[in-house]
Design a protein around this ligand. Structure first.
Ligand code: SF4
Length: 164
């Protein structure tokens, strides 16, 4: 095991041009704030799903028991592949925290408009991570030092427990 905890970060926040339209959402604060204490690992779940760049936009839709990941202006349902990809990522990489891009139907953490309801939801990758009790924040939390500190403490404590 690495001597530092692994921190998964949405690839687009690290400046990688992996968004559906070939752009990024670089947030330089992430490396600045976390590079000393964490091993930063870039992941784009939609690229991991084999969707490529560019790709059609997607959204979350409400279903009876969960959220569905649908291609916008299409009937294509990518929920199963999103869930199996999330499982594959978690099975192959041990990580102790995640900084995820807000509002994305894959990465958004409690910030995604759920079509067919009046509520917000988490993207499918974010939801899968949360279900495994891995601490998450998004890029909007980075300006709040108490949220950053709290997140760092949770991720470090998760790492310490795993190392025992
Ligand atoms: S938000 Fe997530 S899925 Fe979308 S481009 Fe960024 S890393 Fe990829």
């Amino acid at each position: 095991m690495s001597s530092l905890p692994n921190l998964v970060v949405s690839g687009c926040l690290l400046g990688e041009k992996v968004r559906y339209n070939g752009t990024h959402k670089h947030e330089p604060l992430i490396v600045e704030l976390f590079k000393e204490q964490f091993n930063i690992v870039s992941i784009c779940p939609e690229v991991e799903m084999g969707l490529g760049v560019p790709r059609p936009p997607m959204h979350l839709e409400k279903s009876e028991n969960n959220s569905l990941l649908k291609v916008t202006h299409s009937t294509e349902d990518l929920t199963e592949v999103a869930l199996s990809t999330s499982k594959r990522i978690l099975d192959s990489l041990v990580f102790h925290g995640a900084i995820l891009k807000s509002k994305s139907p894959s990465c958004g953490y409690k910030s995604v408009t759920l079509m067919g309801s009046h509520s917000m939801a988490s993207g499918l990758f974010a939801q899968y991570i949360e279900d495994h009790n891995i601490p998450i924040i998004d890029e909007n939390d980075l300006l709040d030092s108490s949220k950053v500190k709290n997140f760092q403490m949770k991720a470090l404590s998760f790492f310490q427990k795993e190392s025992l």
